[in-house]
Write a protein of this length. Sequence first.
Length: 450
Amino acid sequence: MSRRKNLPGQVPGTFSISGSNELVPYFPLRIYKEDELWMIRNPLTGQAKEMNEAAFWLLKLCDGYRTLDEVITEIATSYQADRESVLGMSSPLLEKLTLDGVLWWREERMNYWNVPEPAGVLWDLTSRCNLRCKHCVVSAGEAGRDELDLDECHRLIDEFAEFGVGQLILSGGEPMVREDFFDIAEYAAEKGLLIQVATNGTLIDENAAHRLAGIGASTQVSFDSSEPAIHDEFRQHPGSWMKTKKGIEQLKDAGVPITLAVTVTTMNIDNVPQIYEMAIEMGVQTFRILPFVPFGRGRYADELEVSPARMGELTEFLHSKRDEDEINIAPMEFECTLSPPPEQGIDDDVRIGCDGAISYCTVTSTGEVLPCNYFSGADAENIREHDFRWIWANSRFLNYFRSLKASDVKGKCQECSWLPVCRGSCIAANFAHGDIFQSNCHCWLVHPEK
């Protein structure tokens, strides 16, 4: 699927292996075998690609540790082939995957880092959902294969508790479609974990609200418009607005803290001030806006993505409300640019990106551990194969993100006075646009045009 040309964050038009011998390539995707062919599936396009055995070994060696020169030399030695011939045969594939946004290049090898236990884990309990939201990162709908069963969930909760994880965010899909949802949530609360439930709110009745209150849970409820028709169209389910509003009322009556979360799109951006006022009227504790990222089901609706300049205007509006109203406004992406930049610059060795893989991570419904669920489809470790503590310490994928530094960023970000504060912001948004190291595709300083 081609991107609209007026959207930010497009991949550079050319890339050449020439001169890249000392660079370190990393291929992050899972490679699987189908009949006698090796296959990869690009999560940005959904397209599968066939490979032969030589290509399989080539990409497996692109592990974030070896330079291109070392990769080519090892392949040439293994196949007893001329090195230049191997490079010539490898270049078209490497260049194509680079332009596709799924082969990443750095000047330095990745390191393994000792980091404390995560403060929080976002856990997608299921890929099932009773709605079909246009933006859904995980394309939730029907039940996926091999979702963790109740015993596996209990064992994972034990591991979280023993490791010292502080908060568990139960998400999906829609987590409450699981018949054993409260078995999981209540067990986690008994183990001392703070529980937040990320929900569309449509399944919350009086009983569910009181059970959530009973375990001290908080909630994040998705809400897309003050106008029912817009919300229902976005959620692709008639009547969902009214069910969500009633769910919020039940939570409020039961004393459950509520964050109202709005995914900002071209469908609702002009309505966000009205949603904000509605949040105040409904008595929720926190109001949060989230950028639309064209990933999962959202890659088929990239016309919903708001321009950075327009998002900047909305952020400035909400920023001005911080001291006016008795409602908490959650931190917003690039809000730092509305205040003076820090006096001290940033060192090239300072880590960039959000705190994914540093203070929190995602566990998918099938048990894979990721920095966040925008990287579904990566070659990631699974809690069925290793315990969570081991994965947190040893995951190559997590450690890759811990290794990213300011010197990896390209373009305007390198000279930006706010880089020490925003740290390049959301790497996943850049990934969805095909180049994780570009200056951030959502930043209005990088893309000031409307």
